[in-house]
Design a protein around this ligand. Structure first.
Ligand code: UDX
Length: 442
């Protein structure tokens, strides 16, 4: 059993803290946000994450996890201090490190025993050294015995607990190999491969992994756009590609592209690092351009079907979160599509199983509906933006009667186009060669 302090109680910090507690450690989760800490102490989660409430409750009851705003109390006995604070995008896409700086300075201020500082936040390559410098400067002559270990996270929202407990790999980077070995021991019971390298390489593994996954998605979206013109079906293209174990089927689902708090931020930050160091990120730039255009393309397709204009039209949107099983709307494709529609004087109504509270704050100009059928009422088109399970087997005969014009835009290629066309819908998919519904054949 180890004593761990986790600084930051967002997706990464809270999940990391509670999972380490579930493995038997004593974990003190620290945040500067008093409201969030009070809510956590009352069993209210700051984020929607399947299974999070139960695992937190179990570990609070077992007195393995504690939530506090008191740095001294949280760090006093800690052998490890995990930094898991946000690193939002700055103006040019560079990561904003103010919260990492504050955490490092606070550690320097209150810690008076040997400690291993583990950075879990996604930080530009070289930040590990920078954080160590901050601590040394803060301490001045009052030496502190510490090491910095980079331990990037690979958690996906909506499956974060599972991704922590069953990781494909654990990556650790440090100039102090024995410190990295000590952090490795925290993960041994997970029986996953543990790679120990240097600080900068570990930080780069995180960026390169996310950038590659984003590249896979932009690649299949570019193939989808070509399939539309050539009458091929990108879903089966992806199946055929994925059978090659060098390619793999995952992250080859064409659709509205990637959103969330990680891919957009990390790809931009990596491209920015490249430019800062005289390297041209041509591929990363194209990956971002394709992703942005994927949202615009679906609006373009729909406008063509709606006799070229959205004014006086009502559009329904199913799904507002950036992906299923989360309430997170950061960089969600739905948001950009809705802005584009509003900008062309469409009226928009929408529903999402989890993100309605966020939507009320972020999209005051739209009408929020109570379920998919309410969203279909009186609309000229219905767009599937997020592939929540409850949108996959809708009663389309009922939907057909509810809509003013039966146009379906399947932004995530989830629906059965043949069956929908038989009911009488105009169906628009992504990369299904669907000019005229029979694979683009004239
Ligand atoms: C991602 C990485 O997967 C994770 O390892 C990292 O730690 C954080 O960033 P996350 O952003 O939570 O996780 O979601 P992810 O499941 O990766 O999806 C990212 C985006 O890609 C979503 O908008 C999703 O809709 C989109 N996506 C995913 C596709 O468009 N097609 C796919 O085939 C897969």
């Amino acid at each position: 059993m180890s004593k761990i302090c986790v600084i930051g109680t967002g997706y990464v910090g809270l999940v990391t803290g509670v999972c380490f507690a579930d493995l038997g450690n004593e974990v003190h989760c620290l945040d500067i946000n008093e409201k969030r800490i009070t809510e956590l102490n009352n069993g209210i989660m700051p984020i929607y994450e399947p299974g999070l409430e139960e695992i937190v409750e179990r570990n609070v009851n077992a007195k393995r996890i504690f939530f506090t705003t008191d740095y001294e109390a949280a760090l006093s006995q800690a052998e490890f201090a995990f930094i898991a604070v946000g690193t939002p995008s700055g103006v040019d896409g560079e990561a904003d490190l103010q919260y990492v700086r504050e955490a490092a300075e606070k550690i320097a201020e209150v810690v008076d025993h040997s400690i291993i500082i583990v950075n879990k936040s996604t930080v530009p390559v070289g930040t590990g050294d920078w954080a160590a410098d901050i601590i040394r400067k803060k301490r001045g002559n009052d030496e502190l015995e510490f090491s910095v270990v980079s331990n990037p996270e690979f958690l996906r929202e909506g499956s974060a607990i599972n991704d922590f407990m069953q990781p494909d790999r654990v990556v650790l980077g440090s100039f102090d190999h024995s410190a990295a070995e000590k952090v490795a021991k925290l993960y041994h019971s997970l029986r996953a491969p543990i790679l120990i390298t240097d600080l900068r390489t570990a930080e780069m593994i995180k960026y390169a992994s996310n950038a590659f996954l984003a590249t896979k998605i932009s690649f299949i979206n570019e193939i989808a756009n070509i399939c539309d013109e050539l009458g091929a079906d990108v879903r089966e293209v992806a199946d055929g590609m994925g059978l090659d174990k060098r390619i793999g089927r995952s992250f080859l689902d064409a659709g509205l592209g990637w959103g969330g708090s990680c891919f957009p931020k990390d790809v931009k930050a990596l491209a920015h690092m490249a430019v800062l160091h005289n390297s041209q990120p041509q591929l990363l730039q194209a990956v971002m351009d394709i992703n942005r255009n994927q949202r615009r393309r679906i609006v373009y397709k729909l406008r063509n079907v709606l006799d070229g204009s959205f004014s006086e039209k009502k559009i329904g949107v199913l799904g507002l979160s950036f992906k299923p099983n989360t309430d997170d709307m950061r960089e969600a494709p739905a948001t950009e599509i809705i802005y584009l529609l509003l900008n062309e004087n469409a009226a928009v109504q929408a529903y999402d199983p989890q993100a309605m509270e966020n939507a009320a704050a972020e999209l005051p100009e739209i009408t929020l509906c109570k379920d998919p059928y309410d969203t279909a009422k009186g609309v000229d088109a219905l767009i599937l933006a997020t592939e929540w399970n409850e949108f996959k087997q809708l009663d389309f005969n009922r939907i057909f009667k509810l809509m003013r014009t039966p146009i379906l835009v399947d932004g995530r290629n989830q629906w059965d186009s043949t069956r929908l066309r038989e009911i009488g819908f105009t169906y628009i998919g992504i990369g299904q060669g669907n000019h005229n519904g029979n694979g683009g054949q004239s």
